[in-house]
Write a protein that binds this ligand. Structure first.
Ligand code: 5GP
Ligand code: 5GP
Ligand code: 5GP
Length: 208
């Protein structure tokens, strides 16, 4: 058959700032492997449609299998820690991400490829370095949203989307950074559509 149905249009590659997950009213729990380093961690690689909608939980017959990623576990413990409570060994978070999102891009990336691709993208996009180089540090101060975006665009070449949450005192803060990736998982692209949600024009970058 000549035409191929399109499973999805692009990925969001989403990284989270641990300080902003932890300083909320809900708080957080460090994984059994210990306090993660003060760096952005992977949240997920999410297949998306260019109309803004997205598929989820696409294949109940392709559940998470740790044995398939045994060579990636060390790298994942470091770069994809879970901060949810109760403390865990991170596996539940990876299982959730694979089953909810990864099974919807299984035509492009098998389970090993999915996690390997996310780790490679993290290695290619040093967000903390990009921000620090622009004088934007995780020191509890507030920074201009547009300046944060300009710093990342300048270092990485693509416009990010910033998702904010609120700390325990109600301040808007830098929670997650979205970058867009082509359907093969190999190249960053400009986002076909941005997520929704509000930040203040000045947002806190908490320490961790
Ligand atoms: P929240 O409602 O907290 O922003 O997102 C909850 C969950 O919905 C996320 O962890 C993610 O699984 C999913 N989600 C939210 N927005 C998007 C999106 O734009 N694309 C995709 N693929 N998933 C999303
Ligand atoms: P999503 O559905 O948005 O892709 O992922 C969010 C789910 O993963 C939630 O059920 C959340 O409890 C769980 N989770 C486990 N660890 C983490 C973490 O470190 N950060 C976030 N955002 N969610 C986590
Ligand atoms: P503009 O694209 O004109 O700079 O912004 C339009 C609106 O979107 C403004 O309210 C601005 O604060 C908001 N906005 C722009 N970029 C982002 C972003 O990365 N994250 C969030 N949450 N809002 C943004």
């Amino acid at each position: 058959c000549v035409s191929q149905s399109q499973d999805f249009d692009f990925f969001y590659f989403v990284q989270q700032w641990p300080g902003s997950y932890c300083d909320t009213k809900q708080s957080c729990c460090y994984p059994n492997t210990g306090k993660p380093s003060a760096d952005f961690g992977i949240h997920g690689l999410w297949p998306n449609y260019k109309d803004g909608s997205y598929p989820s939980n696409c294949d109940p017959n392709n559940s998470f299998n740790q044995a398939k990623i045994s060579n990636l576990i060390n790298d994942m413990q470091k770069n994809w820690p879970s901060l949810a409570c109760p403390s865990s060994n991170n596996i539940q978070f990876w299982r959730h991400e694979w089953e909810k999102h990864g099974t919807c891009s299984e035509s492009a990336l098998n389970q090993h490829g999915y996690f390997d691709t996310a780790l490679n993208l993290k290695g290619k996009t040093n967000l903390l370095k990009a921000l620090k180089s622009a004088g934007i540090n995780p020191d509890g101060n507030s920074y201009n949203l547009q300046n944060i975006k300009i710093a990342i665009k300048g270092a990485i070449g693509y416009t990010p989307w910033i998702e904010c949450n609120v700390d325990a005192s109600g301040n808007s803060q830098l929670y997650q950074i979205y970058l867009c990736v082509d359907t093969s998982g190999s190249s960053l692209i400009e986002c076909p559509v941005f997520p929704k949600g509000k930040c203040g024009s000045e947002i806190e970058f908490p320490s961790f």
